[in-house]
Write a protein that binds this ligand. Structure first.
Ligand code: NAD
Length: 509
């Protein structure tokens, strides 16, 4: 869905939606009932647009997580015992309500995260699509395979794992949380969701929608709070069988350690520093559009962003000149203005981190071709989009995930050089390559060490395909019934003999 309203209309929608949460702190949802924290503690949630206070949020800790995990455990037998068709029906109702409130969700997401309405209007709809896609697969979720051998009928089946924890980040919080929660619910699991503390609003809207859609109490629970308290307690809770986590690689590592004593199953979608390789035989106009889109959309706060552009030396200077002109022309502004391309970054702390790479680029001897510098006025979370050139792959600007509208350009000579530079990184989430040579496309796609490769394309998500990363970018894959259900379900094999096989006779002379 395109952003089809005016700036004023979106502002009115956002104001009305946020006002609904005013008066009392945003609450947890536990066992189908809104709840304050057991401790009574709250934290402030500020908008990155102008630093204004959006409201207070219940700050969960171990006691709240315990109540939510127990509620999820209590609800599990009923929810997993329903037929897939029943779950499908309810999850489609969730999708209907998301669609009906897509404008509210999108506008709230903008003021809560700084993401722009031109992208968030589609992200809310994608949340509904996630529910519909996995709802449609719910009736087949328990199906397994038939693998007969000479003497046995072997068949497998799947059943839901139990209550699971879902921990999500702030970059596109609504879409990402539905991407995890929808398959878990379709599989028959119950969920405790811990949304990011910097972007709690759309998770609260999803809780409301789930209840209204008829999801029984306890099937989806939401506990707000900080990673080190609520998040940590969730990963340590013995009733929680698995953690689906989207966030930074270092947090994934902590979660794995926290979950070890209770043998948590983990699914990690982590950071990236994804290359886009542009060969001189590519359709350079399309490549330029895609390079721009994949780093400067979603404020560059995107795990699959192509934050390193590797450009063949034969076209490097011309390509960089055009790139620079386009970056210079990007429109930074209020996220609810449909003409805005880049909004404020999520939080002053993240903004300071992103800005710090300007100095790192200068200190390393790279060129800050476009951007950088302070923006004037009270807009503390806004940055000027940056383009770094004359970089080498060993610089911090090429190795570290900046997670902002910042692109590092690196020249290369040969196909072998390009693959070597692309793979010389701790991450392996996505890779993009642009070439007109079919053989080269296949060779490079084969040799890039990443979970997802797009050839002559930006990231276009197709829900049945596997999504996830190699190396420090993740563990496991999402997508389709094969990948997502595999994580949220246990597989059982049953072998039944034809009574034709030999049985060794021990203790019988
Ligand atoms: P983050 O790791 O700081 O936080 C993510 C979530 O984890 C938050 O809800 C946070 O409260 C929680 N958390 C923090 N410490 C925890 C702990 N010790 N135990 C349990 N939970 C804890 O990440 P972020 O800054 O919110 O998000 C940005 C990161 O997310 C980037 O690295 C980005 O690449 C990554 N990301 C990855 C994907 C993907 O699909 N691979 C998608 C989106 C974002």
């Amino acid at each position: 869905m395109a952003a089809d309203k005016t700036f004023d209309e979106y502002q009115a929608i956002a104001l009305a939606a946020v006002e609904r949460f005013e008066g009392s702190p945003l609450q947890h949802l536990i066992g189908g009932v809104p709840a304050a924290s057991v401790s009574g503690e709250t934290f402030e949630n500020h908008s990155p647009v102008d630093s204004s206070l959006l409201g207070l949020v219940a700050s969960g800790n171990a006691a709240d997580v315990d109540a939510a995990a127990r509620a999820a455990d209590d609800a599990f037998a009923d929810w997993s015992g329903r037929t897939g068709k029943e779950r499908k029906k309810i999850l489609h109702r969730v999708a209907d309500l998301i669609e009906a409130r897509a404008d509210d969700i999108a506008a709230v997401e903008c003021v809560d995260t700084g993401q722009t309405i031109r992208f968030m209007s589609a992200a809310a709809i994608r949340g509904a699509e996630n529910f519909r896609f996995f709802a449609d697969h719910a009736p087949d979720a328990n199906n397994g395979r038939s693998m007969p051998d000479e003497h046995h009928v072997n068949f497998s089946s799947r059943k839901a794992l139990g209550p699971v924890g879902v921990i999500t980040p702030w970059n596109t919080p609504f879409m990402l949380s539905t991407w995890k929660i929808a398959p878990a619910l379709a599989a028959g699991c119950t969920v405790v969701h811990k949304p990011a503390e910097w972007s709690p609003y759309s998770a609260a809207m999803l809780s409301e929608i789930a209840l209204e859609a008829g999801l029984p109490g306890g099937v989806l629970n939401t506990v707000h709070g900080f990673g080190e308290s609520a998040g940590k307690a969730l990963t340590e809770h013995p009733l929680i069988k698995a953690i689906a986590f989207v966030g930074e690689s270092s947090t994934g590592s902590m979660i794995q350690a926290q979950g070890a004593p209770t043998l948590k199953r983990v699914h990690f979608e982590l950071g990236g520093k994804n290359p886009v390789i542009v060969f001189d035989d590519a359709d350079l106009d399309r490549a330029l559009d895609a390079v721009m889109f994949m780093i400067y959309s979603l404020n560059g706060e995107r795990c699959t962003s192509s934050s390193r552009v590797l450009i063949q030396s034969t076209i490097h200077d011309a390509f960089v000149t055009e790139l620079g002109e386009r970056v210079q022309a990007l429109k930074v502004g209020h996220p609810l203005d449909p003409s805005t391309e880049i909004g404020p970054l999520i939080h002053p702390r993240h903004c300071a981190k992103v800005r710090s790479y300007e100095a790192k680029a200068n200190n390393a001897g790279a060129t800050v071709l476009v951007g950088g510098g302070e923006r004037q006025g009270p807009d503390s979370c806004y940055v000027n989009p940056m383009l770094f050139t004359n970089a080498t792959n060993d610089m911090e600007i090429a190795q570290e995930e900046i997670f902002g509208p910042v692109l590092t350009a690196i020249p290369f000579d040969t196909e072998i050089d390009a693959v070597q530079i692309a793979n010389d990184i701790e991450y392996g989430l996505a890779g993009y390559l642009w070439t007109g040579d079919t053989g080269r496309a296949q060779r490079v796609a084969r040799d890039l060490d990443a979970g997802m490769i797009w050839v002559n394309s930006q990231n276009v998500r197709h829900l049945p395909t596997p999504f996830g990363g190699t190396k420090a970018s993740g563990i496991g894959r999402d997508g389709g019934p094969e990948y997502s259900f595999e994580f949220y379900m246990e597989t059982k094999n049953i072998a039944i003999a034809y009574d034709t096989h030999a049985i060794p006779k021990l203790g019988k002379i």
